[in-house]
Design a protein around this ligand. Sequence first.
Ligand code: MEV
Length: 438
Amino acid sequence: MITPVEGFSKLSKDEKIDWIAKNYTHDTAETIRTIKRYWNSDEKLQKLHDEFIENTLTNYYLPLGIAPNFLINDKLYAIPMAIEESSVVAAASKAAKFWLHKGGFKTTVLNTEKIGQVHFVYKGDKEKLQKYFDLIKPKLLSDTLAITKNMEKRGGGITNIELRDKTKKLDDYYQLHCTFETMDAMGANFINSCLEQFAQTFKTEAKGFSSFSDEEKNIEIVMSILSNYVPNCLVRAEVSCPISELNVSETLSSEAFAEKMVRAVEIAKIEPHRAVTHNKGIMNGIDAVVLATGNDFRAVEAGVHAYAAKDGHYTSLTHAHVKNGVFTFWIEIPLALGTVGGLTSLHPLVKLALEILGKPSAKDLMQIVAVAGLAQNFAAVRSLVTTGIQEGHMKMHLLNILNQLEATASEKEALIEHFKKNTVTHSAVVAAFDAIRK
Ligand code: MEV
């Protein structure tokens, strides 16, 4: 029987590996071998990775691929993508190539506001609270000067603090709703440090506010934390071309294709089951670039899906229409990203990804990431409304199946050739593989 472990984080790396291997796996020696195979022989690099988190045993690889030929606002990008799903990079590259000679992607950053909140409980007279807030607001700002100094030098800082009354939804619940400009940083640490300082000042100074009763002086801070819902940190990316240039399929006219694309987006707008999958396809592109550039994909995911539900029902993040013979396809999406701080200067591959992207500012990266999402969605919906998704998907998955079957290099070559003309299904690949082996 496995017993709880005490002080696991204090064990050495080898002790941790032994413990997990012995207690949770069948073959201790094999587990240790597997874990150590993924260690980097460069000890300094390994130590860097070990120290990113607690209790590191080894590295978890994801492929880092490149989707070239992205023309964004007339500049050509090769976009690094970290992702395990076989068809994503291929689909992005295909969409990039498709739009390359049709004007490429046009993007605009609509705004860059970040949000944080101090959530607190106050039992007392609302007007007095408002008076206290108005009085104390300059001190809230001046008490954070040590934190904001560097950010202000870079052009950012705290942009506003508002008192919000939330008592209609929850008894005695109020917020300091704060907005920030964090320039090229994602800004989580900066925002949270400011918020914790606001909270401390707000609570402490209340004790000396003479209009408050003793109960009113006792403001209870519940928590201070940034919000990953950033509907005013918004970027738009768009592609468009005359319908006649769409020309994607031998069996479908350009007009019919454009109409089907628009219809597919309309379905995703009104049908949440489809919208979730439609948006998942968008996130295939977005997450892959967010990960490759060392950004927080959980924050992006949470914020994006909240935005997709902002009008009370979950809907498509992309839009499409045909007007005056022109097909337009676009996305508007909140993205809080950073190109300084965090992993950006620590992880060698993140540094490289940012170099490949031309050392983008956070605003540049917002635009690149939005494009990756739009391109991915275009590629997915294009396949869905023409050939169906499985053709391309299974072609890309073929190598995974062949690797599972432990096919040799020459077997792979023969089978890849064979499946250029035949439909890839798992059973068809196994049958063809067995036939070759015999
Ligand atoms: C698969 O990872 C993503 C798709 O399901 C997206 C979509 O359905 O639009 C193909």
